[in-house]
Ligand binder design. Sequence first.
Ligand SMILES: [Zn+2]
Length: 434
Amino acid sequence: MGHKSFEEAIMFFNSHGLCKQMLYSEFDAILDGIVLVQEFASQTVKGAYVRVAPSLTIQSVVLFYLTFNEEGRADCKWNIPVQHMAEVAGRGPDLGDGHIRIACRTQCPVSWHQRLLWDPKPSAINELVLIKAALKRNKLRFYEDYVEPSPPQQPQQKPAAKQLSSVQGYQQQLQALRDQLDQRIENQQLKHENSVAKLDLELMELKSQLKKAEHEAKQYRQQLVQKNQEYQTSRKEMTRLLQDIEAQNQNRLADLKESITKKVEAKYRSQLNELRDLVKAKDVEISYLEDIDKQQQLELERLQQENKQLKITHPGDVLAQLAAKGVMFMAYHPGVGHVTIPVKDVDEYLADNIAYVAKRCFVSKEHYLSWRRHYENATCDATVSGKRCGQPIARVEVPREFEADKSNMCVDHQKAEKAEQVESGQPPQLKVSR
Ligand SMILES: [Zn+2]
């Protein structure tokens, strides 16, 4: 038949979709480093090895990674056996022409190559759909001269018609041209249908995304409502807990207050009782002391009375006894010197010793006191413009000889005093500053 049961294509993808397709022989040249791919420099690119069925559909596909260096040279160590893997690949999805076979990350027949493979996107329009569409467009021109296999008898009969006339030849050429034209129209239609299908798919994808988003929004709204309810519930719970705690605290506070009040009252009462006891004790003590005081007062009064009685009944008894025993009572006084006091005079002396001494000197008490002032400080008593004269004068030794306003003045003031008396005819006046 001259035709292989499949063709081999290599396709590459970037973030926008399918970006490059080539024959397997061209890919070999890239792997051998004969051809550089500038646009893939310094990148690891998603590639697909595709076995194409004569119906221009995917028979089998291997999705692999390939890294290029900064020059765009393919990794020389890359050695994924894509052809072998395509042969042993497992059952894949149905893209509308029956199930394809696929080797990818999650379905790798040679496990040690797994990490070098990738999975198609889970969305409706993924790399497999793009491959399918590209094969329909057939840019690589596979099977262009392919003829559907017909029953084996017919092609064998055709060679027998080699002796057809030139008219028949032209008719055949015309038919071929018609077929070509039909093929082209069909291709164009296919292309158009493909783009429509692609658009439909995109629309479906968008609708599905919209539905998903709506669903998510609904879920979020429900979650929000639920969260809000939960929040309200927990808020109520918290409020209740807080109220409980507050109530407990208030109870405890009241208990504490009561306990403290009781303690304070007990302490206060005990202190009050102690104080009362103390006051009582003090009262007892005071009353006891008052009793004693009263007794002592009474005793004193009694003794005084006794003494008085004794004095009245036996005056000077003791003194008389003392005198009889030769005891003398003597006192010293200026002006009289040592004075012997008879027993009968002791009471009088004791009552007013100055008056007693004055009497013994034969002068009045006042006279004796005036003399004594002079005797103790023998200076002039006269005053000159409010100031005492103070001139030393002769001391009068005996009280009876002391003359007021004379004995206590200096000679000058005695004279002045005398002249004044003559002038006024007044009796002499003693001017004593003290
Ligand atoms: Zn004088």
